[in-house]
Write a protein that binds this ligand. Structure first.
Ligand code: C2E
Ligand code: CA
Ligand code: CA
Length: 737
């Protein structure tokens, strides 16, 4: 009975073992399917396999009744008795089922291994190896029968555990580690880990590259890294995040450094993690950008923004030091470009920058605000007006251009409030320049508060100009021009602005403002049209023979087609062009000789005559006369007064008049105020006169009433102006007084 019971227990155990093996292999396949990412099973396949396993189980269980799969017998080995299992052929079906499942798993693993990247190979190869061992193990016990006792089941258990370990614990961890260290290795930032003893236990590739420790021995590398830490001012006792600039093999590098002390979960120090990020390229780029944003590419000086910023910083840093803002400006620099070309202009700007830079003193800041405008912040104690006058004079002498005299103006503003906007300080210094802009005798001007009033006044002029034209507050006065016998031949139209509130505004006040703002052409067009209308109204009367001279501003040619405008009025008012004379100043002509040569030629074609106004005021009077076909030369007496001695003035005047005569050009002298002047000029050969001695500019109505009192009167008598005649007492005397 006892032996039967043992047999039965052995048989039941074997049946359970076989049944369990089926499920174990089936689940193994399920596991590998998921593990390898091949989970393509549909419920139908799944249930088919479950069904097969169930059939296998039932078939195995039936062994208890039919003993068709195996039988149990007693065996003796080395004097001990064992239970022996003898498999019969149907067992092969069960075994085959298991083999299909296991080989299926192996197949899936192999297949996956072939396609997976090296980093992940371990994940599959570990499990695969175990499975191959399982198969070999099984082979060994099934076919080789080297031992009598089949304890292969222990092997399966161990291998099962191994699969569990590889699949669930070891491989994921090592993969994670592997991938992480790969990540760190490939990081662009350098990573260094230093243990509590101060040894570097890890440095990734970037760190090695950055610190040049690649290929070094442990000891050497340690020392090198510690030298670095010292150089970067990293103290391993405290955490930091900072940007440090270091000199590395001759180049300055900017490193972002993060040092972090690491602790375990109990708070014990386990080492220092150091991250190094090389920002050199970014920072250099940023610096470049900043440099470009704050510096002028032509001269290398600070540009406007850079200058403002630097000055604000300097004034804030030294609030107790008195400073001056000095601006430098070339006189009429705009003509340099058109005369000599852009590159010559650039050269001049560069040499001026170098010149000023070469005299910089401690604490000075120099910049170029725009074009030919330089600004210098200097300490009041360092500033010596006369030194600068000398520098500039000598500089001008070095840079010589035939027809252009280099002349640099300086405007100075003593900074009273260092917190004031820097742009305003520069504006003030430049305002000072504006007051001497047309002055060739004075190089330097200091800002005073009246200058601001002037700016306000200019603003008013601009804003009120249009309305004044519309309201006819702007009109023309006529100033007679007479022959040496005092006979009236014509007049000059001079503009007048009668402001409803401010009274008479002198052309000397508003004309430069309109010129600077580019709207003088509108005034001139208006004046010319008035003159044309007047000429038309005189047609068929005793005034028919009088001409009117109108003024052309130097700026007109840049803003309008002068010739077209005159043609337009000629047509519109049907006037004789010979009665309309154009006064162009010598200075205007000088700036654009070719253009005026053409303009004069065209005007001549259409019958207009041209006077050269203010002759003698310009720079290079005489040579120009041979190029430009001027009809009349107008000499300003003011020019005589500027001559150092009366005698000298007379000599020049005599020569000019003689030369004009030789060229066949008639001469008119303006600004004649005394009997003596008339006598002298007559003697020198002046043909015509205009001046207070004969008459002041007067309203058109007065002009007509005075010279043509009644249509019936003897024209010749009325037309004659006697020296010191009533005209001189009337006209503009009141305003001129
Ligand atoms: P300008 O063309 O040289 O005009 C002559 C100036 O000398 C006039 O001043 C006139 O009143 C003044 N004058 C005449 N006789 C004498 C005299 O005996 N002694 C003195 N000291 N001065 C005398 P005004 O009218 O104040 O004009 C000043 C300047 O304004 C003119 O100088 C001219 O350049 C400009 N201007 C006047 N009207 C116009 C205009 O319609 N268009 C343009 N573009 N400029 C004009
Ligand atoms: Ca004139
Ligand atoms: Ca004049």
């Amino acid at each position: 009975v006892w032996s039967l019971a043992i047999d039965l227990a052995a048989e039941v155990a074997t049946v359970l073992y076989y049944m369990a093996m089926s499920w174990a292999c089936l689940f193994l396949l399920g596991f590998t399917l998921r593990y390898t990412g091949h989970d393509i099973t549909t419920p139908r396949i799944k249930w088919t396999f479950y069904g097969l396993a169930l059939i296998d189980n039932i078939a195995t269980a039936l062994n208890l009744l039919f003993h068709h799969m195996f039988t149990i017998s007693e065996a003796a080995y080395k004097g001990e008795s064992f239970v022996a299992v003898q498999n019969k052929w149907p067992f092969a079906i069960h075994a085959a089922f298991l083999y299909v499942l296991i080989l299926g798993s192996i197949f899936l693993l192999v297949r996956r291994l072939m396609t997976v990247s090296r980093e992940y190979a371990m994940k599959y190869s570990s499990v695969l190896t175990v499975l191959v061992f399982v198969v070999l193990w099984n082979f060994f016990f099934t076919f080789l029968h080297t031992t009598v006792i089949n304890n292969s089941v222990f092997g399966y258990c161990i291998m099962g555990l191994m699969i569990y370990y590889f699949a669930i614990v070891f491989v994921p961890n090592s993969l994670q580690e592997h991938i992480l260290s790969k990540l760190v290795d490939e990081l662009e930032e350098g990573v260094v880990f230093i243990d509590p003893e101060g040894k570097c236990i890890y440095a990734n590739e970037s760190a090695e590259r950055l610190l040049h420790t690649g290929g070094m021995e442990m000891e050497e590398r340690n020392m090198e890294i510690h030298a670095w830490l010292k150089g970067l001012r990293i103290d391993l006792k405290e955490d930091i995040i900072a940007i440090r600039s270091v000199d590395m093999e001759g180049t300055n590098r900017h490193l972002e450094i993060e040092h972090q002390r690491m602790y375990d979960h109990r708070g014990g120090y386990i080492g220092s993690l150091i991250r190094l990020i090389d920002h050199t390229k970014d920072i250099n780029e940023l610096n470049d950008q900043r440099y470009r944003a704050t510096h002028d590419s032509l001269t290398g000086l600070l540009n406007r923004d850079g200058f403002y910023e630097a000055v604000a910083g300097a004034l804030e840093a030294n609030p107790h030091i008195r400073h001056m803002m000095v601006c430098f400006n070339f006189k009429d620099f705009k003509y340099v470009n058109s005369f000599f070309g852009m590159s010559r202009g650039d050269e001049m700007l560069i040499s001026a920058a170098e010149e000023i830079r070469s005299h910089l003193q401690e604490g000075d800041i120099l910049g170029r605000l725009y074009a030919d405008n330089y600004a210098l912040l200097t300490r009041k104690d360092n500033f010596d007006e006369w030194k600068y006058r000398d520098y500039i004079r000598l500089f001008a002498r070095r840079i010589v251009e035939n027809t252009y005299t280099v002349f640099i103006h300086m405007g100075v503003y003593e900074i009273s409030d260092p917190t004031m906007d820097v742009s305003v300080m520069c504006d003030y210094a430049n305002l000072a320049i504006d007051t001497v802009r047309n002055d060739s005798s004075n190089r330097i001007a200091y800002y005073d508060t009246h200058m601001m009033d002037r700016v306000m006044q200019e603003k008013e002029i601009i804003s009120e100009f249009d309305e004044a034209l519309r309201n006819k507050d702007i009109t023309i006065y006529l100033q007679p021009q007479v022959t040496r016998d005092g006979a009236l031949v014509g007049s000059e139209a001079l503009v007048r602005w009668k402001h409803p509130v401010k009274g008479m505004i002198s052309p000397g006040t508003f004309i430069p403002v309109l010129e600077e703002n580019g709207i003088i052409y509108r005034l001139d067009r208006y004046v010319w049209e008035q003159a044309a209308q007047l000429l038309k109204s005189w047609k068929g009367t005793d005034k028919e023979n009088l001409y009117i001279s109108v003024n052309i501003s130097a700026k007109d040619i840049y803003y309008m087609d002068v010739q077209e405008t005159f043609l337009e009025f000629k047509e519109k008012y049907d006037i004789d062009p010979a009665k309309m004379k154009l006064e162009i100043t010598e200075t205007a002509i000088m700036y654009d000789v070719d253009r005026y040569i053409n303009l004069v030629r065209e005007l001549h074609k259409h019958g207009f005559e041209v006077e050269m106004d203010d002759f003698g005021n310009g720079y290079s009077s005489l040579s120009m006369l041979k190029d430009i076909e001027i009809d009349i030369l107008k000499i300003d007496m003011a020019f005589l007064q500027e001559a150092e001695t009366k005698k000298r003035g007379e000599v020049i005047l005599r020569n000019v008049i003689t030369m004009a005569k030789d060229l066949g050009i008639p001469v008119i002298t303006e600004g004649v105020e005394t009997k003596e002047q008339v006598a002298l000029l007559t003697d020198l050969g002046s043909d015509m006169f205009q001046g207070y001695f004969f008459a002041r500019p007067m309203p058109v109505a007065d002009f007509e009433a005075q010279y043509f009192p009644a249509a019936e009167e003897d024209a010749a008598g009325a037309n004659n102006l006697k020296e010191g005649a009533a005209g001189a007492e009337q006209g503009e005397r009141d305003q001129a007084g």
